[in-house]
Design a protein around this ligand. Structure first.
Ligand code: ATP
Ligand code: MG
Length: 264
């Protein structure tokens, strides 16, 4: 079931239903997600003791796709000390005066940690392309630059999971309307969100190209149907848990013979 959300060959986003639930039942699935999240908490404790591995989770999606909510769910049972979350906003003038990966590399988690990127280096081939913040001669070479960067991270011990939170345009409308109507959500609304919404098809084209060109074995994209939050959270927990189990994390061996010690 989860297999077909992992991008291993060329995909078209229109083939994926944002409201897909794979026939799962909501309450049972929520309970299963809870168990997976607890397991991730246990795995993270081992990762934290490890000094040569780390996990990097990238969340991408249109406004209101649920990147923040997905991160919150994923991290429910992990020790906050072992987590580094970074939100990527429009770059500052300092950031713009460097190459686009400068701020990204800086935010890569330390060994032993789970890092979550809420938006990421992919914005530099998405919003930058669609909103014409730079010309094609600037963004087009970035696919290869991103591939090289992610290969470096892989070779340096990073397990990378990239999630595209796939919501429908209708679901986004609902969520943006809620941001306008609910005083507790007003702060999340920006006029510019509507300009980007107008360019939905261009964003889909840009996402499709980024996903198709940058999904090597060591840094796969996952297409997460995200209209239903409980499906989104379940699939992400499943993928992260499986990836961390595959790391075969072990407790570090003591640096000396402990049998000589007695605590009185
Ligand atoms: P939500 O999905 O909940 O709306 P958000 O990720 O949109 O959250 P905001 O603070 O609303 O958070 O917006 C961040 C903005 O920063 C986005 O519009 C994004 O496109 C923009 N941004 C991020 N990286 C870049 C970049 N490299 N160049 C230009 N804009 C960027
Ligand atoms: Mg926003």
């Amino acid at each position: 079931m989860a297999q077909n959300i992992i991008v291993k060959s060329r995909i078209r986003l229109s083939d994926f239903d944002p409201a897909e639930d794979f026939g799962l039942r909501k309450e049972k699935t929520r309970a299963a997600t809870h168990r997976l999240l607890e397991r991730i908490g246990g795995l993270q404790a081992k990762l934290y003791a490890n000094t040569r591995r780390a996990v990097l989770v990238v969340m991408q999606g249109m406004d209101a796709a649920g990147k923040d909510g997905a991160a919150k769910s994923l991290l429910e049972f992990v020790n906050p000390a072992g987590v580094e979350v970074t939100d990527f906003k429009a770059p500052s003038s300092e950031e713009l005066s460097h190459d686009f990966l400068w701020r990204v590399h800086h935010a890569v988690p330390r060994y032993g940690r789970i890092g979550v990127f809420n938006r990421s280096h992919y914005e530099d081939v998405l919003v930058v392309r669609v909103m014409k913040l730079a010309g094609k001669e600037v963004w087009a070479p970035r696919f290869e630059q991103i591939n090289r960067f992610e290969l470096n991270l892989h070779q340096a011990g990073y397990v990378q999971l990239k999630f595209y939170l796939h919501i429908s345009r209708e679901e986004q409308a609902e969520r943006l309307r809620a941001r306008l109507a609910d005083p507790s959500k007003n702060w999340k609304f920006e006029g510019a969100d509507l300009d980007m919404r107008e360019r939905w098809p261009e964003f889909m084209t840009a996402y499709e190209e980024a996903i198709n060109r940058c999904s090597p074995k060591h840094a796969r994209w996952h297409i997460i149907p995200a209209d239903k939050k409980w499906v989104r959270d379940h699939l992400i927990a499943q993928q992260v848990c499986a990836a961390m189990e595959e790391m075969e994390l072990a407790w570090p061996k003591p640096r000396e013979d402990l049998s000589k010690y007695r605590v009185k």
